[in-house]
Design a protein around this ligand. Structure first.
Ligand code: THU
Length: 135
């Protein structure tokens, strides 16, 4: 398993943050996901004039990786234009739970403060496919 190099992962997330498309909120977010084999996929938030169509950086990064066939993730790093570490929104927590629940989720603020949580700490009492009827 690839060792988690958080410094590198936060740097990749920060590079993605600089590509954020955020003309409405002006809040730039970047994410980087690390696969067990050591590949990194990045994402930034992409805002749409019909605001609710906006996608967060975390989901962009994960969907990019999933669409390339990746299924096994060990870490998700998030950085934003904020002093304190920015945690993933509720929608992203569900997506992380569904596709990367074994991953550690790291957030770094501009102050340099880092917070690293497990998915079950970030999203307790999660809903998932276990609650759905058998098909
Ligand atoms: N946003 C993210 O990309 N990730 C988060 O974890 C929190 C929020 C984005 C969505 C929107 O473009 C902007 O930040 C303000 O909510």
């Amino acid at each position: 398993m690839a060792e988690i190099d958080w410094e590198k992962l936060f740097e990749e997330a920060d590079r993605a943050r600089q590509r954020a498309v955020a003309p409405y909120s002006h809040f730039h977010v970047g994410a980087a996901v690390l696969t067990r084999e050591g590949k990194v996929y990045t994402g930034c938030n992409v805002e749409v004039s019909s605001y609710s169509l906006t996608l967060c950086a975390e989901r962009v990064a994960l969907f990019k990786a999933l669409s390339e066939g990746e299924r096994d993730f060990v870490a998700v790093a998030v950085v934003a234009d904020a002093e304190q570490p920015t945690p993933p929104c509720g929608a992203c927590r569900q997506v992380i739970w569904d596709f990367a629940r074994q991953a550690q989720i790291g957030m770094r603020g501009e102050s340099g403060q880092v917070k690293i949580l497990r998915a079950d700490e970030l999203f307790p009492e999660a809903f998932d496919q276990e609650f759905l009827p058998e098909t």
